[in-house]
Design a binder for this molecule. Structure first.
Ligand SMILES: Nc1ncnc2c1ncn2[C@@H]1O[C@H](COP(=O)(O)OP(=O)(O)O)[C@@H](O)[C@H]1O
Ligand SMILES: [Mg+2]
Length: 393
C-alpha cells in the first residue's frame, strides 16, 4: 500500500466484527491486528492469485484490454463472502494497471462531502477501492452515480434557494467496489459497474496451494499432508487457512519440531495436535459451532426448535447464532431451516458421534410430522411452546 493509499484508508469496522463471541479462529472477517499479518501474505499479481479461475480469466482480459487501449478499465464490482480475496484483488488490479490505489469504505462515506473529497483528489487512471460499498450513505449515492458515469461531481455552494451546483470534471478513474451483500446494492449502482465478479468458496486443493505459498513466505516447512489437514478445516476461506497456518506454526515452534531445536515443520501430526489445542475440529467447526449442534441434537432431540430458544440454550444472542454461526452449518448440510424451526440433519448427529434417530424418514429436515406415531419422538422432545415455533424462520 502506498502512502497515498494509506492516508485515504478510512478503514471501517471489520466485516463481521462481533464482540459477543470473542475472537474466533474460524471467523471469516479480519480485525486491525490481523490485517498487518495478512498484508505480508497477499498475492501482489494476478498470476499469484490462487483459484477463482473464471474470475481471474475474465479480469485479466478486462485489464489487458484497458492497458492496450491506454484507458482506465470499466468499474469493477467484487462480491462474495468475507475472506475470499476481494481486497487482495483490488490491490492486484491497481498493480496490474501500474496505477495508484486509493482505499476507502462505505461506512467511511457518511456524507456527500466525504465522497466529493475523495473523488476530487483522484488522479488520472487511479483505482478507487470502496470496501463494503453497499454501506455508502444515501446522500452520497447520487454523487457516486454521476461520478461513475460522467466523471463529474457537482459541488453545491450555498444553501436553500440560492444554492448553486458547480460541476467539476474528474479524471477518468476505475472504481472497484467490494461487497459481501450484492443483493443490498441499489440497482442504479449495480448497473454502473461494467464488470462484476463473484468470488466463491475455495476447494481443498486450492486452499492447499494458498497454504504452500503462505508457508514459503513464513519460512515454515509445510508437508502436503499438513497442508491437506489445515485446508480441510479452513471452511473454504483463504483468510481462515492462513490464520490456522499461523497457529499451527506457533505450536510447532514451541511444542513441536521447533522445540527440539529443529526448523518449524507443519505436517499432519503437528497440524492435528495444534488444531486440537485450538478446538478447531476436522471439519473446521469450533466450540460454538459444536455447542449449537449439541443443543440442537441433545437438548432438543434434533428439533425443530426456534432460533431464539436455540440461542438461549447456548448463551448467545439470536442474531449472533443466525448470522455468525448458522451460515456455515447450513452450508455444510448439518442444520436445516424449516418453517417450524431449526432441525439437525443426520450429518449433524454423526458429526457429534451420535446415532441419528432411526425413524426420521431419510433424515430430511422438515419432512417430519411432529408428534405423529412413528416420528420417534417423545413429548418432551417436542418444542416446548408455540412461542418456540413462532421464530422458526
Ligand atoms: N486467491 C487467493 N490466493 C492467495 N491468497 C489469498 C487468495 N484470496 C485471499 N487470500 C488471502 O486471504 C486473506 C484475505 O483476503 P482478502 O482479500 O482480505 O479477503 P476479503 O477482502 O474478501 O475479505 C489475505 O491474506 C489474502 O492474502
Ligand atoms: Mg476485504
Amino acid at each position: 500500500m502506498s502512502d497515498r493509499s494509506r492516508e485515504l484508508s478510512g478503514e471501517g469496522p471489520a466485516e463481521t466484527g462481533d464482540g459477543a463471541l470473542g475472537v474466533r479462529l474460524v471467523e471469516p472477517g479480519a480485525d486491525e491486528t490481523e490485517r498487518a499479518a495478512e498484508s505480508a501474505l497477499r498475492p501482489k499479481r494476478l498470476r499469484d492469485f490462487v483459484g477463482q479461475q473464471v474470475v481471474r480469466n475474465q479480469l485479466s482480459i478486462v485489464l489487458e484490454s484497458a492497458r492496450a487501449r491506454g484507458r482506465a478499465p470499466d468499474h469493477v464490482l467484487l462480491s462474495g463472502p468475507p475472506g475470499l480475496g476481494k481486497t487482495t484483488l483490488s490491490m492486484i488490479i491497481a498493480a496490474e494497471l501500474g496505477t495508484h490505489l486509493r482505499i476507502t469504505s462505505g461506512p467511511a462515506i457518511q456524507h456527500a462531502g466525504d465522497l466529493a473529497a475523495v473523488l476530487t483528489s483522484l488522479e488520472e487512471g487511479d483505482v478507487l477501492f470502496v470496501d463494503e460499498v453497499h454501506r455508502i450513505a444515501r446522500p452520497a449515492e447520487e454523487l457516486l452515480y454521476v461520478a461513475m458515469e460522467d466523471f463529474r461531481v457537482d459541488v453545491v455552494v450555498g444553501k436553500g434557494p440560492g444554492a448553486t451546483a458547480i460541476p467539476l470534471d474528474l479524471p477518468p478513474f476505475t472504481l472497484v467496489g467490494a461487497t459481501t451483500r450484492a443483493g443490498l446494492l441499489p440497482a442504479p449502482l449495480r448497473d454502473r459497474f461494467g464488470f462484476t465478479a463473484h468470488l466463491d468458496f475455495y476447494s481443498t486443493a486450492e486452499l492447499q496451494q494458498v497454504l504452500h505459498r503462505s508457508a514459503a513466505l513464513l519460512g515454515v516447512a509445510l508437508t502436503s499432508e499438513g497442508a491437506t489437514e489445515v485446508a480441510r478445516r479452513s471452511r473454504g476461506t483463504p483468510r481462515i487457512a492462513n490464520r490456522l497456518l499461523r497457529r499451527v506454526r506457533d505450536w510447532s515452534l514451541v511444542r513441536g519440531s521447533g522445540a527440539t531445536g529443529g526448523g518449524v515443520v507443519v505436517d499432519e501430526a503437528s497440524a492435528r495436535a495444534a488444531l486440537e489445542v485450538y478446538e478447531v475440529d476436522p471439519l473446521g467447526l469450533d466450540r460454538i459451532d459444536r455447542a449449537v449442534l449439541r443443543a440442537l441434537c441433545r437438548t432438543f432431540g434434533g428439533g425443530p426448535v426456534g432460533l431464539s430458544t436455540l440461542a438461549v440454550a447456548v448463551g448467545e444472542e439470536a442474531e449472533t447464532v443466525e448470522t455468525v454461526v448458522e451460515p456455515f452449518l447450513v452450508r455444510e448440510g448439518m442444520i436445516g431451516r424449516t418453517p417450524r424451526g431449526r432441525v439437525a440433519t443426520d450429518a449433524a448427529w454423526r458429526h457429534l458421534g451420535l446415532e441419528p434417530p432411526l425413524t426420521r424418514p431419510g433424515g430430511l429436515p422438515g419432512q417430519l410430522e411432529l408428534g405423529e406415531p412413528g416420528s420417534g419422538r417423545s413429548p418432551e422432545q417436542l418444542p416446548r411452546s408455540a412461542d418456540d415455533l413462532s421464530d422458526g424462520r
